[in-house]
Each structure stands twice: as C-alpha cells, then as structure tokens.
Design a protein around this ligand. Structure first.
Ligand code: AMP
Length: 398
C-alpha cells in the first residue's frame, strides 16, 4: 500500500510518498514559491536521486499536478500508475475541539475545518486548499486529515481553560489547544519502546525544540498539558516567537510605539524569540556561534531558551507527580548537544544523571542519561510524516 503525505502551506507544499509495507520513503520533496515568481519543485526519489524542476506554479493545483506528473514520469518517477496510491494524508495545523483524532475528510469535515479556520488563519486555509485540490485531482482517493492539535485534546480542563471571562471560551473557543501533537505522540511512544516499558505506565516530558518549540506532559500515553496555547505563540522561546510574556506588555508596547494589533502580532510572532533577543538570527546555530564569540545578547538568548525549557520540565514533573523520561526532538533537540546539556544541567535533584559522552550525538535514537539515572533522558528524531501515513493507512483499512 502506498500513501501520499501532503503538508500544504500558503506558498510551499511538502510531500512524501510512503511504501507502507516497509514504511520506506519512495519520494519526497517540496514545492516552493507557489504563486510567486521563480517557483520550483524539489524532488528526491528513494535512491537519493535529486532533481529540481523550475516551472511557473501559480496555484496549489498546478503544483500538485506537477508533483503527480513527476511521480509518474519515466525518468525519475516511482509509480507506474496512480492506482498504486491508496490514499492521501494531510497535515492540518488546527482541528479545534471538533477533531480529537485523525479523520477521513468528507464534505462535513471540510465544513467543520472551515469553521475553525479563524483559530489558525495562516495555516488552516492553505491546509484546506491542499485537501480540496487533492480531492479534485484524485476524486477516487480517500483524503485523511491528521491534526497537530488532536493529541492534546486529552488535556483536562484545568490545563486548557485560561483564567479569562469564561464566555470567551464559549463564544470563540479561546482555550489551550497545543500543537506539534503528532510529534509529541510519536516520540513518547518511541521513548516507551526504547525503555521497554508500556507507554500506559510512564510519565514522559517531550521537548519538541525546533524553529517552533513546545513541551508536552504525556502521562500514561495521554497529553495532560502542553506549552503552546490557543496559537503556537505561547510557551517556550522560539526562533522568532516570544513564548510566555506578561500579557500587559502588549498594550504597553502598542501604546508606546503607536502600533496596531496586527503590527504587534507580527512583532511577537516574527521578530521576537532567539532573533529578537540575540539580534543575530532566528537560527539556533547562528546564535550559538555568535555566543561562542562572546556576543552578550546571543548568550542571553540561549540561556533564556534553555532556562524556559527547564522551567517547563519542573512544572510538568509537578503536574504529573513525577517523571520517568525526558525526550528531545526536532531540529535543535535532535542536533544541539549544548542545548540538551543546558536544559538538563541542574536537574540532578529530579534524578537526571546526564551521560555527556552519549549526549555528544546528532539525529539518532539514543539514551543521553547514564544507565543508573533514575529519570531517563533521550534523543528521539521525530517523524511526523510517518505518523500521518500510518494514521491514513489505519483509517482507510477500517
Ligand atoms: P526545525 O524547525 O525542527 O526544522 O528546527 C530548526 C532549528 O533546528 C533551527 O534553529 C536550526 O538551527 C536547528 N538545527 C537544525 N540542524 C541543526 C544542527 N545540525 N545543529 C544545531 N541546530 C540545528
């Protein structure tokens, strides 16, 4: 069985084609600059052969048509016929309260998705567009939606209700939803397998540290709290997002700088975080390099980043009444030994004993705590596309 996975953004679209018998990737890549000049499709087949097709791609429909042509092409293709593809799985950022699980997307589901689109105005409309185009181009294939928010729908009310007038929750759905759920769920499950213990008996803190970053408390396999909120802005320090701040800062700065709500929103989402504090870059590698050269703001940005993760680990240990494992994933979590060490340093009181030699690694599944460490620390590379493909297969097989 072959499953196509699509992650449709506003001007780019990521894809992977899986052979589910072996869970191997037959082809993957990215369509870039949709609707902008100099658009192109990047394509890599399972043998590692890479090509770039430069072509005018004014719409998502043209982009997906080009992708299907390429998958079928004599030169670089990996499919004889589209009949080989069983279904398409789509990453959808926000499922609101309507979607607690991955779902086959029929007309009613599209309507429900459109109803929650204003909760993620940048992400959901292009996600919905990707589904509609795939439905049009492949009308006989089931389309499945896999939601970043779904895994966190198990949070108790005390974790997701904000201390605002309750009517905003009732009227507008203002509550914590959380994101990166596919990743948190996947790495928690892998961590349990690595520990050779049932997920249903473990308290795990998963740290998804990428350009966007969030922490989740996963108790007995279920998310009981997470750091992102109504939107992905809350929680950790991120590449360009501020994470937790005193909300009173917002009207204060708007007043001082005489700026609108949308300008303020841009500052919080695009000009803050590692970039805002360091003044160097949103990329943690650049900030680490600048810090190593003695740039004070870069040093502070990194300290702040690590300190915030550490605080959440403390909070979630308290929330779960203990912790068995702390898991690092995503670009920074998988690659930066300094970040992992910076976060774990000082957690000896919790029972974390870091194995610094093991921690000197990148992008592979590994324990980074000592064999005797009461709390296990580990790196688990995430694989959101595989989870989307698995969920899609499971739903179409039912
Ligand atoms: P993601 O959003 O998961 O792609 O992660 C992006 C972040 O991961 C950026 O801040 C990168 O600097 C960081 N990252 C990616 N690769 C590395 C690496 N090899 N070493 C350190 N950080 C990395």
């Amino acid at each position: 069985m072959k499953i196509l996975v699509i992650n449709s953004g506003s001007s780019s679209l990521k894809y992977q084609l899986f052979n589910m018998e072996t869970e191997s990737v037959l082809a993957k890549g990215l369509i870039q600059r949709i609707g902008i000049e100099d658009s192109f499709l990047e394509y890599e087949n399972g043998e590692g052969e890479e090509i770039v097709i430069e072509k005018d791609i004014p719409t998502h429909k043209v982009g997906i048509e080009l992708l299907l042509e390429t998958l079928l092409s004599d030169d670089h293709g990996v499919l004889e016929s589209m009949d080989e593809v069983e279904a398409v799985g789509h990453r959808i950022v926000h499922g609101g309260e309507a979607f607690a699980h991955s779902t086959i997307i029929d007309d009613e589901a599209i309507k429900n998705l459109e109803d929650v689109a204003d909760l993620a105005p940048l992400h959901n409309p292009p996600n919905i567009m990707g589904i509609k185009v795939c439905k049009e181009l492949m009308p006989d294939k089931p389309q499945v939606g896999v939601f970043d928010t779904a895994f966190h729908q198990s949070m108790p009310e005390k974790a997701y209700i904000y201390a605002l007038p309750y009517e905003y929750y009732k009227k507008y759905g203002v509550r914590r939803y959380g994101f990166h759920g596919t990743s948190h769920g996947y790495v928690a499950k892998r961590a349990a397998q690595m520990m050779d213990k049932p997920l249903s008996e473990l308290k795990i803190i998963t740290c998804h540290l990428g350009n966007g970053a969030s922490v989740a408390a996963v108790k007995n396999g279920k998310s009981v709290d997470t750091s992102m909120g109504l939107t992905p802005l809350e929680g950790l320090v991120m590449g360009t997002r501020c994470g937790d701040i005193d909300p009173a800062i917002i009207p204060f700065i708007m007043d001082k700088e005489d700026i609108s709500a949308s300008e303020m929103d841009d500052i919080l989402n695009k000009e803050s975080g590692l970039l805002g504090v360091s003044g160097v870059s949103s990329d943690s590698r650049d900030v680490e390099d600048a810090a190593a050269e003695g740039n004070h703001q870069a040093e502070i940005a990194i300290e702040l980043f690590n300190y915030r993760v550490k605080k959440y680990i403390g909070a979630y240990t308290a929330a779960m009444g203990g912790v068995d494992a702390i898991v690092f994933t995503a670009g920074i979590g998988e690659n930066s030994k300094d970040t992992r060490a910076g976060v774990l340093e000082g957690l000896e009181y919790l029972g974390v004993e870091v194995d610094y030699e093991a921690n000197d690694c990148r992008g592979k599944e590994v324990f980074i705590s000592t064999a005797d460490s009461k709390v296990k620390a580990m790196v688990v590379p995430t694989n959101e596309e595989l989870v989307i493909a698995r969920d899609t297969m499971e739903l179409v097989n039912q």
